[in-house]
Design a protein around this ligand. Structure first.
Ligand code: 3PG
Length: 287
């Protein structure tokens, strides 16, 4: 199930890069075939990128057009992504990229409403402000970063599920099995295996020294790509959620103190203090 949840996340991330290149940059299907073929080599190699490149080459027998352009833009699902998100919520493990992927499949199904809303807001997609030679390597790095962060979410879920339900999962072995042959097989799984070989109880892949060094090099491009998506109006919630997950974990401080204060204000739900152990409640000055 978690394999499929990661699969949903990776597919949505690839779809968002497609949208940025198609509507944001005006690239052709031939360009996309070439670019995804390049991405499918080297350290971004994955089965999903390989098939994506081939998809852009396929010609429809009925119309002679590229098949991709006659496929209806409504994603279906059999539910394993949703199930992953539900299980993650139950275990209180954040998997925001997978959540975003499920939400976008759901949203895609509202094609008629999307058509009506697009007329009201005259959605003209802006052009990516950087040239092809600068933006395409950036987008590849953004893909690498977001994909790695998606694996991190899925593995963190498996780790907690294993602890909670006494599954005794061997995460290195899981990465090895996935590397061997499945829809989410990818070169980066070798690095995941190495990370779990070094520390079989790694709390989050973001902590691994090798992976964090790679992420540090590339995550700035994820940030710039998310900025560009917001600027152009290309919806990219899985890329944005991956970045927010990274930024959240990178924050030694988060504004959750305000949430605790609000909870205590309106519901006397109490809070803990930074300078003293215990549970506290304040009788707040109410204006
Ligand atoms: C798979 O083949 O991995 C899954 O069945 C795909 O699931 P979906 O139909 O929900 O996309």
């Amino acid at each position: 199930m978690v394999h499929n949840g990661i699969e949903y996340g990776l597919m949505e991330i690839i779809a968002e890069t497609y949208d940025l290149m198609k509507r944001g940059m005006g690239l052709t299907d031939e360009d996309l075939e070439t670019i995804y073929t390049q991405w499918a080599a080297g350290d971004t190699n994955s089965y999903l990128l390989e098939i994506t490149a081939r998809i852009f080459a396929e010609v429809d027998q009925k119309t002679g057009r590229k098949l991709i352009n006659v496929i209806l833009d409504e994603a279906k699902q059999k539910g394993t992504g949703k199930w992953t998100s539900q299980s993650a919520m139950d275990l209180q493990i954040p998997v925001p990229t997978i959540d975003a992927a499920v939400a976008m499949r759901d949203l895609s199904a509202f094609k008629e409403v999307r058509g009506a809303v697009s007329k009201i807001y005259e959605n003209k997609i802006g052009r990516v402000r950087e040239g092809r030679d600068t933006f395409l390597p950036r987008l590849r790095n953004a893909y690498y970063s977001a994909a790695l962060i998606t694996y991190a979410q899925g593995m963190a879920l498996l780790r907690t599920a294993s602890q909670t339900y006494a599954y005794h999962l061997d995460l290195e072995e899981i990465a090895r099995i996935w590397r061997g042959g499945c829809i989410i097989r990818a070169a980066v799984l070798e690095d995941l295996r190495a990370a779990y070989r070094t520390n079989s109880d790694l709390a989050n892949l973001l902590l691994d020294p090798e992976l964090s060094a790679r992420l540090k090099e590339r995550v700035k491009d994820l940030r710039l790509v998310v900025q560009e998506a917001a600027f152009t109006g290309v919806p990219a919630p899985a890329l944005a959620a991956s970045l927010a997950y990274f930024d959240g974990y990178r924050s030694a401080w988060l504004p959750a103190n305000l949430i605790q204060a609000q909870r205590d204000y309106f519901g006397a739900h109490t809070y803990e203090r930074t300078d003293e152990k215990g549970i506290f409640h304040t009788v707040w000055e109410k204006g």
